[in-house]
Design a protein around this ligand. Sequence first.
Ligand code: SF4
Length: 243
Amino acid sequence: MVEVLTYEKFDTDPFKDLDINDETKGAYQIIKWAYEHYGDSIVYSCSFGAEGMILIDLISKVKADAKIVFLDTDLHFQETYELIDRVKERYPSLNIELKKPDLTLEQQADQYEPALWTSDPNQCCYIRKIKPLEEVLSGATAWVSGLRREQSLSRQDTDFINKDERFKSIKVCPLIHWTWDDVWNYINKHDLTYNTLHDFQYPSIGCIPCTSQVTSNDDSRDGRWTNFNKTECGLHTPNNKPK
Ligand code: SF4
């Protein structure tokens, strides 16, 4: 019997030397291994961005009823909810769950302030994204993320298989070697659906208050939290719990 690779047992990425000279740059092999290895104890936390369309497509080939969670902050664009509906139609067997925060927007406004995302976006992300993901991952051994190394300096050391200190879990990142061009080449080649906002200069799409149109598509993370010194919601940084 194969011993399951858990957070406690993790030492180093077992796929450091994986041959990545295939169409998916190793992503399909990693996904296949991850779902065979973790079974029902792996969750994909999907933001339904461009990378998400690829992971959903590859995951569906390996595990048709895989669990996919969208952190529904109640602040997403209508186009994002429409995309989720299209994905559900295209992959009807997938188990897609919209996970809500404990606090409604009204309760958050009462306990903090009406537009917490302008005064304290870290606290807002904690309430509406991080805590819900903590709850989701409390019942899982591993989770899948669409991080790519070229996205930022903080992501350039990401491996296929990572020890996730933030959520005390194993984080599986199949797309680490993909470029932004690779992402769109795959989407076009396989005729995948995607968020229509991408066609209107929104390379990275999150909550409405924290997402902006950009003037060029040079950086796939441009357009997020443009009014703040913030580039991450906190799901991929280890010490981010607000006071
Ligand atoms: Fe709040 Fe903005 Fe974070 Fe969404 S991205 S949870 S609106 S701070």
